[in-house]
Design a binder for this molecule. Structure first.
Ligand SMILES: [Zn+2]
Length: 257
């Protein structure tokens, strides 16, 4: 066991005994670690406020490589108030929890390299910040889904035709064909709009921290969602679709509020 000071964001919590919780903390250096927060369920505990999902903080922990580490001290950096405290805004919460669920699944895959975990951490934190700032959570989660595909080993071809490598006359994007398709290689794939084809590439390469405006036509978002949902279903083992929004939103509000 060694003492470490580490920055991270709580991505899960599990009640342990009457007074404690085991936190799942996502860190850049160690990935997702389990940390015992002793006594945190008592209101007077110094760990009480920090032992909740989506708390971003500096944690002093007694670190165990295998098993559960222990929380020694914590200094909160940020509470994403607009996500966790607004009980009326279920959309922000739902998409944030969908993003957490997706991120945990991506990080927990076998053979994920340290550098990849570090990149996933940066993407996740940037996305949570943007959702908290009020940008469309649906589009922000789409950006994360697109960027995570590289770490799932199935990056789509969005610079050129996935079949012949040509970068001219791209006419659609297909999940089955792993990305762009040019007019020469086109068979009978569903045609996506020109704007959707361009937008998917833009969202893939966008620097999330630098997003100042994010206004996208509803029809384009629908097409991007459809592409991503199909792509995840066909090429990853990860389930990401909100099938029944109302149902999930009300479930999440019960848990959080
Ligand atoms: Zn082609």
């Amino acid at each position: 066991m060694k003492l470490v000071k580490i920055k991270g964001i709580v991505v899960g919590e599990q009640v342990y005994s009457e007074s404690s919780k085991i936190l799942k903390i996502f860190t850049k250096e160690y990935g997702i670690i389990s940390v015992m927060s002793k006594g945190c369920r008592k209101i007077k505990s110094i760990f009480h406020e920090a032992s909740n999902t989506l708390i971003y903080a500096n944690f002093d922990i007694s670190y165990k490589e295998e098993g559960i580490s222990n929380l020694i001290a914590v200094d909160i950096i940020k509470i994403f108030k607009n996500i966790v405290m607004d009980c009326k805004d279920l959309e922000k919460k739902s998409y944030s929890f969908l993003l957490i669920n997706l991120t945990v699944q991506v990080v927990n895959q076998k053979n994920v390299k340290d550098i990849e975990i570090s990149n996933i951490y940066d993407i996740f934190l940037a996305c949570i910040n943007k959702i908290n700032e009020g940008f469309s959570p649906r589009i922000i989660v789409d950006i994360a889904k697109l960027k995570y595909l590289e770490y799932l080993g199935v990056k789509p071809s969005i610079d050129c035709c996935s079949n012949c490598g040509s970068n001219s006359n791209i006419i659609t994007i297909s999940s089955l064909s792993f990305g762009y398709i040019c007019s020469n290689c086109y068979k009978n794939e569903k045609l996506a709009s020109k704007d959707t084809i361009k937008m998917i590439r833009m969202l893939y390469y966008v620097d999330i921290d630098r997003i100042k405006k994010l206004e996208i036509d509803e029809n384009i978002i629908e097409e991007i969602d459809e592409f991503l949902n199909d792509y995840y279903e066909e090429h990853t083992g990860i389930y990401t679709i909100i099938n029944n929004k109302k149902n999930i939103f009300s479930k999440i509000s019960e848990i959080i509020c």
